[in-house]
Design a binder for this molecule. Structure first.
Ligand code: 26W
Length: 820
């Protein structure tokens, strides 16, 4: 749409906003006030298309997908909205004329971090693709007061600070009190018989309730006039905390509701891949699911009369098990509010709900204690009992007398409600997020379900949006690509990147490509100097691992390899060694002690190595504080090597791997998750693959693990590194600081299996792969070719491709066309 109004009008809007909002001229305004003034002007432009999209939806009445997710890791909106409006350059110029730098303005926006990592960022990429491809979609989630914590590194340790992202208000959001919904918790169910209709009624009594109030955020499609909506719910008390509550004797209730409303949306749980079983989390889940479903059903009933056909116009995609209570809540609405018979309601529900699995980590599985669940959601619980009862009869019919099947597939078992089982039984589709992951689900994790209902299972390999991660994050490479392939159409068709293949052997193109990489490395080096006070050399290899901190992702393997290299350089200073900068970025869950020890270790190793003048800066180690979407964009653009080194079978897909590939960084990784498909696209000669296969890992696991002493005793280099964890080298002489990490590898006084994630087992193979990286990097042309090929072969990994597959194979959506 580019800039819909003239530059002059836009500038006037910005200045007017500044006067109106802050009673200031633009040049007197603070940076934050400037950001707000610009953003409100941009929002005004978006609103036109937002309204046009709503009109088109009313006219076409297409089927809508509701993407239900506890997390949306959106990242900053201003720059992205401008990119998708194709107005970035125009606005940049207009602001230049006002003496304002757009990049500086963008930097004032707090990073909306309503998600932990992969799953939340995937949801954000999906919304971008849905709008850009012309599909009708709503994101449904929670408006947390505090998103993902801000990470400070103090004395090498992670310290969590609250993320008050709404402190200055959010220019892009729209409060919609007219769509507020009541959400009820607890109490008891009274069964009534209605003489008139002959129906049994279920009445919830003595409950607590809150009001769910939606806030809408525009999701701007790329250059197509479409603006979809992310609807996130805030909680407010229903009974106002007013004086007259005293008079009515309702004081206590008013306080209670006030508290419930405040706590429910207070904070995002910062756990990634770890289920903690907190009551408040279940409240959050039911809160946003119930509100979203009520809104969807209301919307449908405004222009349809038969609720039995809801599934023709609405489909609910459950992002992992977190929103799975949706299937029972939809049943409740259909049974209790619309008086459908069980079979009718079940028919609608099982045609409208679909489930995506994002992890096979056992500790991530959500299983709620029945007493907690039934106390909080008494009616929903009754419905789950009935779903389970009927399902068990089905299992018995198919596998007479087979108690094992009932034990593995039952929904209510051992005093728990098993959410994954509920999602699979009630959903019409179950998908994994990369080919290998889906195969593991079918062959192992969900084998019994797959055998019983194979038609539900399918794969949808993840993807990422090139609009944010190339166009916005790496503008130099973006323009270069456009020039080389002669079209900007890669913005919505990433397969066109293959047009770069003809340049991979062209020395001029190689040079240009590497020059751009170098500029991006300078940009990151500057960021690192400003934020970490560490000087890094953009000529060194930027070797990057950025992702959540988790043992299975094996940041420990990476840093122990750095320790190993350092030993080698110290011992043999004469050996040639290509300078490397090892860059880490990762948040650890606040309660995940071992993960926090690994962060401390990385920072300690950095301290020792970065300050050792004797190695001539051959190695630098940088831990980037507060890794988040906004700095990620710069980090991917600057990376030479993409570290994707999870224990094979553990990383469901990974999506960072795709962002690195897009930006021309070859993968150094295991055959895990989507790495497998990345290697398939780019060729194994253009990646550095090492380590055990997922089958090998799973075989060891079946047989109780392996003996790390086999390696510790036989490999002196590895033994030395392991011992350095407890000889004080990296702990100012303290032999105990990393004792737990040491124990986790060798299992002395450790409850888990020894070296559960096969760090020592894969160490040699990793070190060899790293040697291949160095050799390859020394060959300048060879490296340029390989890096360029990675960019050229990344077409498959656009979230546009992923969303087309979901739309065709799961959701059955049709596109709309919004006229300007
Ligand atoms: C209940 C606690 C909890 C919290 C978050 C359990 C599980 C999660 C997520 C499923 C963790 C997650 O983000 N998984 C990641 O999803 C990405 C998108 O599909 C994948 O690319 C990653 O491999 C997977 O780890």
């Amino acid at each position: 749409m580019s800039l819909k109004i003239s530059k002059t009008e836009f500038k006037k809007d910005v200045m007017d906003n500044c006067r109106r909002l802050f009673r200031k001229e633009l040049d007197e305004a603070t940076p934050q006030e400037q950001y707000q003034s610009v953003s409100y002007a941009v929002k005004d432009m978006i609103v036109e298309n937002w309204i046009a999209t709503q009109k088109q939806l009313t006219k076409d009445d297409p089927k809508i997908v509701y993407y239900m997710s506890m997390e949306f890791l959106m990242g900053r909106a201003l720059g992205n909205n401008l990119i998708n409006m194709t107005a970035y350059e125009d606005v940049k110029e207009a602001l230049d004329e006002l003496g304002i730098d757009l990049n500086f303005v963008e930097d004032q926006e707090p990073d909306p971090a309503l998600g932990n990592g992969g799953l939340g960022r995937l949801a954000a990429c999906f919304l971008d693709s849905l709008a850009s491809l012309g599909y009708a979609a709503y994101g449904c989630g929670i408006r947390y007061r505090y998103g993902m914590f801000k990470q400070k590194i103090e004395n090498g340790y992670q310290v969590e600070k609250p993320d008050n992202w709404l402190k200055y208000g959010n220019p892009f959001e729209l409060r919609r009190p007219e769509y507020a919904k009541e959400i009820r918790f607890g109490g008891n169910i009274r069964v009534e018989y209605d003489d008139e209709t002959g129906k049994t009624l279920f009445k919830q009594e003595n409950y607590e309730s809150v009001l769910a109030v939606p806030y809408d955020y525009p999701i701007v499609g790329y250059d197509n006039n479409q603006v979809n909506t992310l609807r996130i719910w805030d909680a407010e008390p229903i009974v106002d905390f007013q004086l007259d509550s005293f008079d009515k004797g309702d004081y206590h209730k008013a306080v209670e509701q006030q508290n419930l409303a405040k706590t429910i949306v207070e904070v995002l749980y910062p756990n990634d891949n770890h289920y903690a079983g907190k009551e408040l989390r279940l409240k959050q889940q039911y809160f946003f699911v119930s509100a979203s479903l009520q809104a969807a059903v209301d919307k449908y009933m405004r222009n349809h009369d038969d609720i039995r056909k809801l599934y023709e116009k609405a489909t609910f995609q459950m992002n992992d098990t977190h929103p799975t209570v949706a299937v029972a809540e939809l049943m409740r609405i259909l049974l209790d509010d619309y008086q459908l018979e069980w079979q009718e309601a079940w028919d609608v529900t099982t045609k409208a709900c679909a489930y995506t699995n994002h992890t096979i980590m056992a500790e991530a599985l959500e299983k709620w204690p029945i007493d907690l669940f039934s106390r909080l959601l008494p009616r929903v619980y009754q419905i789950i009992q009935e779903i389970d009862r009927r399902f068990i009869i089905q299992v018995e019919e198919m596998y007479p007398g087979n108690e094992d099947k009932k034990r593995t597939m039952g929904i209510l078992r051992d005093g728990q409600v098993r959410m994954a089982n509920l999602a699979i039984v009630a959903g019409y589709s179950v998908n994994g997020v990369a080919r290998l992951h889906t195969e593991i689900l079918k062959k192992r994790e969900l084998k019994d379900f797959y055998e019983m209902m194979p038609e539900k299972f399918n794969n949808k390999t993840n993807g990422i949006t090139q609009r944010r991660f190339l166009m916005h994050g790496n503008p130099l490479l973006a323009s270069w690509v456009t020039e080389k392939i002669g079209t900007k159409a890669w913005a919505t068709d990433l397969s066109l990147m293959s047009g770069l293949k003809k340049y991979v052997d062209d020395p001029k193109a190689q040079q240009e490509f590497m020059d751009i990489k170098y500029k991006n490395k300078e940009r990151l080096a500057k960021y690192i100097l400003e934020h970490n006070g560490i000087e890094v050399d953009p000529r060194s290899i930027f070797d990057v691992q950025v992702k959540r901190l988790h043992e299975y992702k094996r940041q420990l393997l990476n840093i122990m390899h750095v320790m190993y290299l350092y030993n080698k350089i110290k011992e043999h200073p004469e050996l040639s060694f290509y300078p490397r900068t090892f860059i880490f970025g990762a948040k650890a869950s606040a309660g995940y002690i071992r993960a926090k020890e690994i962060i401390k270790l990385i920072n300690s190793v950095a301290d020792v190595i970065n300050n050792d003048r004797s190695i001539n800066g051959k190695i630098k180690v940088v831990f980037i504080e507060d890794y988040r979407v906004s700095n990620a964009e710069w980090i991917f653009a600057a990376a030479d090597v993409s570290e994707q080194i999870s224990t094979a079978s553990k990383e469901a897909s990974g999506t960072g791997n795709m962002k690195f590939m897009l930006n021309g960084a070859p993968t150094l990784g295991t055959m895990d998750g989507a790495n497998v498909e990345i290697v398939e696209e780019v060729g194994s000669e253009n990646a550095f693959i090492f380590g055990m296969s997922s089958d090998e890992v799973m075989n060891y696991e079946k047989n109780g693990g392996y003996n790390p002493y086999e390696i510790y005793n036989n490999d002196a280099d590895i033994r030395r590194v392991v011992d350095q964890l407890v000889d004080g080298t990296y702990a100012d002489g303290d032999t105990e600081r990393y004792r737990d990490l040491y124990n986790s590898l060798l299992n002395t006084n450790c409850s888990d299996r020894a070296d559960m994630y096969f760090i020592l087992k894969d160490f040699r193979s990793y070190a060899e792969a790293q040697e291949r990286v160095e050799a390859a990097y020394k060959d300048r042309e060879g490296w340029a070719r390989m890096a360029l090929l990675n960019t050229a072969c990344c077409g498959k990994f656009s979230s546009d491709r992923t969303i087309e597959e979901y739309a065709k194979e799961i959701w059955h959506l049709h596109k709309i066309k919004v006229e300007a």
